[in-house]
Design a protein. Structure first.
Ligand SMILES: [Mn+2]
Length: 321
């Protein structure tokens, strides 16, 4: 899968790797593991992200620094790689000018419908995570290059993009990759999971408690929703980064096929996080809501009140059932 990628990328001496805005465990894990791979193979690498790193993932940057880019800095590089996204706008304002630099751009990702602008694009929607793809890069090239740092980085993406190995994107190869990473990295699963998940604040739990009060069922009990308002953020001294994982709770109700988290953004927009555990294709659903993503996990936006958003989003969802 990576033969052409390896041949082409190793022609360059200085490469910048971008991960998508609102970074998560998979984009940061794959970015850091790829930068370490590049440096192990004699290529000077830099990791850029235009947003701040969530608190529970900052430890990953001890393995490789992830910093904010400027358009001016792009001149220093011979080539670029984008990971865990396939359209430049996913990577922020600076990244949107990458295709104007007259230099090759590479892409490694597992989302559908990639742009057609890449020197080499590895686009595999059948992979659980971009980290599972980077694992393939290491194993195809030289698996002895997997040591503790890239192993922990890749393991983080495997865990976070699969809901701790619960989603139906998980296959035998996902667990095989996890097993090899634990072995070569010399760590135990709970070391990583402790850092990612078991660091909630009491304010976050109070926010979750308020949000759970809003859970309701629609469309013959097949669609569940959960809402988070600006008022809840104010009352609990929290912010939108504190809603991570909330969408999983209503999805766990027996018989529910899909779930939507409605979150007031404070600028008149409502962010929609959609999840499916059935045939319902939430990517198609989100594409009618100014967004997109995967079949089982996607996001979109609605401009208006919470009640208007709920009515509109459920109406589209009913057509998907
Ligand atoms: Mn991903």
């Amino acid at each position: 899968m990576f033969k052409e990628f390896i041949t082409e990328i190793t022609k360059y001496r200085k490469v910048a790797v971008f991960s998508h805005i609102r970074p998560d465990g998979d984009c940061l894990g794959s970015q850091i593991a790829l930068c370490l791979w590049l440096e192990k193979n004699g290529i000077e690498a830099s990791a850029y992200n235009e947003d701040s790193i969530p608190d529970n993932l900052i430890w990953l940057t001890e393995f490789f620094p992830v910093v904010h880019p400027t358009v001016e800095q792009l001149k220093e590089y011979e080539a670029f790689v984008v990971v865990d996204g396939n359209a430049l706008h996913r990577f922020g304002a600076v990244a949107q000018s990458l295709d104007k630099q007259g230099k090759p751009i590479f892409m490694i990702d597992h989302h559908p419908q990639p742009d057609d602008i890449y020197e080499v694009g590895i686009s595999r929607v059948d992979y659980s995570s971009t980290c599972e793809l980077i694992y393939e890069l290491y194993t195809e090239h030289d698996s002895f290059q997997i040591d503790e740092a890239p192993a922990k980085a890749m393991y983080t993406g495997l865990v976070t993009d699969t809901g701790s190995f619960q989603f139906d994107s998980v296959g035998p190869n996902t667990l095989l990759a996890a097993s090899v990473l634990l072995d070569k990295g010399g760590f135990k699963p709970n070391e990583v999971v402790e850092r990612i998940y078991n660091n909630r604040t009491i304010d976050q739990l109070h926010l979750l408690s308020m949000a759970l009060e809003t859970v309701s069922l629609h469309a013959d009990q097949q669609i569940a929703i959960i809402c988070v308002t600006q008022q809840m953020f104010e009352q609990t001294n929290t912010g939108k980064e504190d809603t991570e994982g909330f969408v999983a709770y209503p999805l766990s109700i027996a018989g529910v096929k899909a779930c939507v988290l409605f979150r007031e953004e404070g600028d008149g927009r409502i962010k929609l996080s959609l999840r499916s555990r059935s045939h319902v294709d939430v990517n198609m659903w989100a594409r009618q809501l100014h967004g997109g993503g995967h079949k089982k996990a996607a996001a979109g936006f609605f401009t208006g009140t919470m009640d208007e958003a709920i009515a509109h989003v459920i109406k589209i969802g009913e057509e998907q059932l």
